[in-house]
Design a protein around this ligand. Structure first.
Ligand SMILES: C[S@@+](CC[C@H](N)C(=O)[O-])C[C@H]1O[C@@H](n2cnc3c(N)ncnc32)[C@H](O)[C@@H]1O
Length: 216
């Protein structure tokens, strides 16, 4: 068994979204969560890295603000769709569970929206260390992850650690976060915001943590 949802599962999902005119996510739509960080984004002079960019909701927001963006994902379908829809963005196809093909101190801002919550504790820690490596000193990571209070449809499935779940039939993994676990993962960062909130980008309401942490 692998430790996280594979790229084939994501590719399949994005192909379905591409092929279904009724799927509103297919139209690039962001839910404006990054507006909270507008001042920080405005003054950023480096390329901004959008990790797990998917079809480009956040990339599109940043490009609209006149920013340079490196949009990264494991899914070829996501990257190819984004290249067509947001040709101004640079893209990189890679698996975040491995060393990122990005140099040290590359950027002042990393965005990781709804993409850090698929992994075991060990893999999550490894990814956070990689994010730290590519951030400049004092750089900012803005991210959203599943809250423990989200609709935990997978919680009855096999539990690998206290907050990590694997759904065998769909081959999907999910981690849920508590305020304490976020503080633990980012113990050696400066935590600027941990806010639990509802998001409405998908058809169904979702409860997430909206967080800003700074490399120290
Ligand atoms: C729920 S989507 C979020 C997409 C986008 N950030 C957004 O908010 O619209 C999760 C994204 O993470 C990507 N992803 C999942 N596992 C990954 C991995 N190991 N490496 C890189 N990207 C990954 C998926 O392909 C997918 O695009």
């Amino acid at each position: 068994m692998q430790e996280y949802t594979s790229k084939e599962v994501f590719n399949q999902r994005f192909m379905e979204m591409n092929g279904d005119p009724k799927v509103k996510n297919r139209e690039i739509a962001y839910d404006n969560w990054l507006a909270d960080y507008e001042a920080e984004i405005e003054k950023c002079e480096t390329v901004i890295v959008d990790l797990g960019c998917g079809l480009g909701n956040n990339t599109y927001f940043l490009i609209e603000k006149g920013k340079e963006v490196l949009a990264c994902d494991i899914s070829e379908v996501a990257i190819e769709t984004l290249q067509k829809d947001v040709p101004q963005a640079k893209t990189k196809l890679f698996d975040m569970t491995q060393k990122f093909p990005i140099e040290d101190n590359y950027t002042d801002i990393v965005i990781a929206d709804l993409c850090l919550h698929y992994f075991t504790k060990e893999v999550t820690k490894k990814m956070i260390a990689e994010i730290k490596r590519i951030l400049k000193p004092n750089g900012l990571l803005l991210f959203r992850v599943n809250s423990i209070h989200d609709d935990n449809y997978m919680l009855k499935q096999s539990t690998l650690d206290k907050d990590f779940f694997w759904e065998e039939k769909q081959q999907k993994s999910k981690r849920v976060f508590h305020e304490e676990s976020i503080k633990e993962f980012f113990a050696d960062w400066k935590i600027e915001k941990i806010q639990e909130e509802k998001m409405l980008r998908y058809f169904k309401e979702k409860i997430v943590w909206n967080c800003a942490v700074r490399k120290v």
